[in-house]
Design a protein around this ligand. Structure first.
Ligand SMILES: Cc1cc2nc3c(=O)[nH]c(=O)nc-3n(C[C@H](O)[C@H](O)[C@H](O)COP(=O)(O)OP(=O)(O)OC[C@H]3O[C@@H](n4cnc5c(N)ncnc54)[C@H](O)[C@@H]3O)c2cc1C
Ligand code: SF4
Length: 330
């Protein structure tokens, strides 16, 4: 590992000025992703600015039931927070479905949003990869891609975003707040991860050197009855092969409102707007849920070895929405 400097920031302005003008400097959250990438040589920062001492830790409830989540809140503290469990249970479930207890105890909300893909070619510096070395190629397309994207991919990269937390945040219209040397800014999560196109190395719309300070979830009454379901190759300590965050409001047997987001199928948490539109006003039946999933997945463009994700996602949607509908009917 290359030698690097280390600085522990005590204030937000100090943290952003330490990074300003140094493209090789990085913020350090829990280090659970960044330090691994430094060991493998994918990342080689000359300076780490540790943000864990910043006053950005904790969850606040807004007067109408929304949440403001500090960027250095650990994944564990977020998952067990009583108001997260009460107002956004799918978010708590998503965080608890990720990594392990030890990792969640140190991993932060900001770091989780910016964790890098788990594509094996990306983490192996002896191989080409358009995301790591722009223009070098994407060996995953003709090679190992069984857990790669089926939606929103491009000929330049088919990697998935690995975050579980991000899927629940996408379902509930989260907004990311950040600070730069030029002042604060905000990005809806829907705009946070740009489309892959021919620039897979551009992974977020954050300005250079931006420090994530908080994630806001607007008050979303439907989220109080929400669920996160993750399918993975091992029962724990494994990234998703497919996941769904869902919330459902059924009135007189008809879908009044629905939220749906998919994980592990695209370069970003995938908000299933087409399925939501197809379901709103439809009978709350397994047939409608399947038709909505099919409408969303009609845009899927699987590779030879990841086509299984299409029926997997369809079955996940039907099963989670059926459970939510049955609970609403009790
Ligand atoms: C074995 C293993 C299994 C895992 N399984 C899962 C899983 O199943 N599901 C899942 O979702 N995740 C999983 N993870 C990933 C884990 O959730 C992430 O590593 C973690 O959330 C990253 O948070 P961190 O604070 O440690 O980030 P760091 O590693 O500290 O940072 C990650 C990136 O974010 C940047 N950064 C950190 N904080 C900020 C900030 N406030 N503002 C701007 N930039 C910032 C860093 O510069 C770096 O680029 C797993 C990780 C491991 C090692
Ligand atoms: S899928 Fe993306 S991350 Fe993986 S090898 Fe291709 S370009 Fe690299």
């Amino acid at each position: 590992m290359k030698e690097f400097g280390y600085s522990r920031a005590t204030g937000v302005k100090e943290a952003v000025s330490l990074l300003a003008g140094d493209p090789a400097a990085r913020f350090l959250g829990g280090g659970t992703n960044l330090v691994d990438l430094m060991k493998s040589g994918v990342e080689a920062p000359d300076l780490l600015v540790d943000v864990r001492g910043l006053p950005l830790d904790g969850v606040e409830v807004t007067s109408d039931g929304g949440l403001v989540i500090g960027a250095t809140t650990t994944n564990s503290d977020l998952a067990v927070h009583p108001d997260v469990r009460r107002y956004f249970p799918a978010l708590s479930q998503a965080v608890l479905a990720g990594a392990s207890g030890q990792l969640r105890n140190v991993a932060t909300v900001g770091g989780n949003l910016l964790q890098r893909t788990r594509c094996g070619y990306f983490t192996d510096t002896s191989l080409p990869c358009n995301k790591r070395v722009p223009g070098s190629g994407c060996p995953a397309i003709a090679g190992e891609h069984h857990n790669h994207a089926i939606l929103g991919g491009s000929d330049h990269c088919v990697a998935t975003n690995p975050s579980d937390m991000g899927v629940a945040l996408a379902a509930f219209d989260a907004v990311v707040s950040y600070e730069t040397v030029d002042g604060p800014g905000e990005l809806p999560l829907a705009e946070f991860y740009p489309a892959v196109g021919d620039t897979p190395h551009v992974e977020t719309a954050l300005p250079a050197g931006a420090l994530i300070t908080a994630v806001t979830l607007p008050a979303t009454p439907i989220a109080a009855r929400s669920r996160y379901r993750k399918v993975r190759e091992r029962a724990s300590y494994a990234f998703a092969t497919g996941s769904v965050a869902a919330a459902l409001d059924v009135r007189d047997g008809v879908v009044h409102e629905v939220r749906l987001a998919f994980g592990a199928v695209a370069s970003r948490p995938w908000r299933a707007h087409t399925a939501e539109r197809s379901l709103t006003g439809a009978p709350a039946t397994a047939e409608s849920f399947a038709a909505a999933a099919d409408a969303e997945l009609a845009a899927a463009n699987p590779l030879p070895r990841n086509g299984y994700k299409v029926p997997l996602m369809r079955n996940l949607v039907v099963s989670v929405l059926t459970e939510l509908a049955e609970e609403a009917a009790r």
